[in-house]
Design a protein around this ligand. Structure first.
Ligand code: PHE
Length: 422
């Protein structure tokens, strides 16, 4: 699967093509039919692979989460184009499940679609690994607001245990984990969920084994968020009951953010039919799927989900691999660029120059860079050229107004720095 993965990632970079008869994406061509509802804008997103850009917030969260699952096999290059069998049928979705509707899902044709969740790869990955992570871009037709976008990223995790020894294996594993854990942070977790007929144990499961698996699932995810939010004070986390076609019982984890409970992941005990289909009938296991944007919005303080798709350097340059830094807002208005050159003198210091720029332009001065400098061969005088980026945070600036500021700057520089303009 390793090779398929790498080939997929490279193929996905090719620009998709869409005609009335066919759609080419990831180097493969699919015939269209009456189900076809993907658009060029959506298909273009398949080339971006934000989770594979190391200094992108989505990839940073992905990497930080995976440190909580050190010996898990991590698949992050599956193609987003999947069959309806992989996305729905294999996961026990009923034929009339609303998720299948053309109003909710992007179809290339009746049988081929853009995955709506990373669970679409559970079965395939479970045939080869007992501990796995899958990270990928997922696609859903959805409402438009600051926290919804038709493309987002999920991370799936699953762990399988031998049914016979699960209780004992899990007891040891949790004890060892607690003994060695360096997790810090003051996190307040509540779990009032109970097993009910609406959210039942599967008949084929031994009760003790199922409860042990549920404990291990919640323990693993509680530890993961504690590590992730190590610097956050008093994070509130709660577990609530949920329903998924492919797990039972099922739960969701929510975190309290700005006074509202935010759903961050779905999880549960894997339906035994799926394990049978993966060739693992003697295993019992848990799975979870979490939304990376949700966590990144909270952790980086990013105000709008569209920013993740920004190709503006002022967004991308802010972040570094493996580090959570609070997002610094930048202006959406265009810049006006002006250069100034002068012969400097021995007393010249860049900070003094910048001080004058601030005095004259105020917050409209966004950036000052030394563009060029040289020493005259005869006079030994040093010439400098500075480039100033003028931009307002809240309005368009006019050329006339910037010219006036620049003129004033030229006067002040001569007056205060005693330099000679060129
Ligand atoms: N696939 C589910 C979703 O997208 C999340 C999930 C994954 C739930 C694994 C249970 C187990 O909402």
């Amino acid at each position: 699967m390793e090779q398929i993965q790498v080939r997929n990632a490279a193929a996905m970079k090719q620009p998709p093509k869409i005609t009335s008869e066919s759609i080419t994406v990831g180097g493969k061509t699919y015939a269209t039919d009456t189900f076809t509802n993907v658009t060029p804008t959506i298909l273009e997103k398949t080339t971006r692979q934000l989770h594979l850009i190391p200094s992108h917030p989505i990839a940073i969260i992905k990497d930080l989460i995976s440190t909580s699952f050190p010996d898990f096999k991590h698949y992050d290059k599956f193609s987003p184009v999947v069959t309806t069998k992989e996305n729905f049928d294999d996961l026990c979705f009923s034929d009339d499940h609303p998720g299948r509707a053309v109003t909710d899902t992007y179809y290339l044709n009746e049988k081929i679609m853009l995955r709506t969740h990373t669970s679409a790869h559970q079965l395939q990955a479970m045939t080869e690994s007992d501990k796995l992570l899958v990270t990928a871009d997922v696609y859903r037709r959805d409402e438009i607001d600051a926290s919804h976008y038709p493309v987002f990223h999920q991370m799936e995790g699953a762990q399988l245990f031998d049914t016979k020894t699960a209780v004992e294996d899990i007891r040891k594993s949790i004890a060892a984990d607690l003994a060695s854990s360096g997790a810090s942070g003051s996190i307040n977790t509540t779990d009032t969920t109970v097993i009910t007929p609406e959210n039942p144990k599967q008949d084929c499961h031994d009760e003790a084994a199922m409860l042990a698996v549920a404990d291990h699932l919640k323990h693993s995810l509680n530890m993961m968020v504690r590590r992730l939010f190590a610097h956050e004070k008093d994070l509130q986390v709660r577990w609530i009951e949920a329903q998924f076609p492919f797990t039972s019982p099922s739960w969701e984890m929510e975190i309290l953010y700005q006074g509202k409970w935010l759903e961050v992941l779905g999880s549960g005990v894997i339906k035994q039919d799926i394990l049978k289909n993966a060739g693992k009938p003697d295993k019992i296991g848990w799975a979870f799927g979490l939304g990376l944007e949700r966590l990144a919005l909270v952790l980086f303080g990013i105000p709008d989900i569209r920013l993740f798709w920004s190709q503006d350097e002022r967004f991308l340059r802010q972040f570094e691999p493996s580090q959570i830094q609070k997002f610094k807002p930048f202006s959406k208005y265009p810049a006006c660029i002006k250069d100034i050159s002068f012969w400097s003198n021995e007393n010249f210091h860049e900070n003094n120059f910048c001080e004058i720029v601030r005095d004259v332009a105020g917050d409209i001065a966004e950036d000052v860079q030394l563009l060029d400098e040289f020493v005259h061969p005869k006079t030994k005088k040093r010439s400098v050229c500075y480039r100033i980026n003028y931009r307002s945070m809240d309005r368009n600036v006019t050329n006339v107004e910037i010219n006036e500021i620049q003129e004033k700057l030229r006067e002040e520089v001569v007056k205060r720095l005693k330099v000679e303009l060129r």
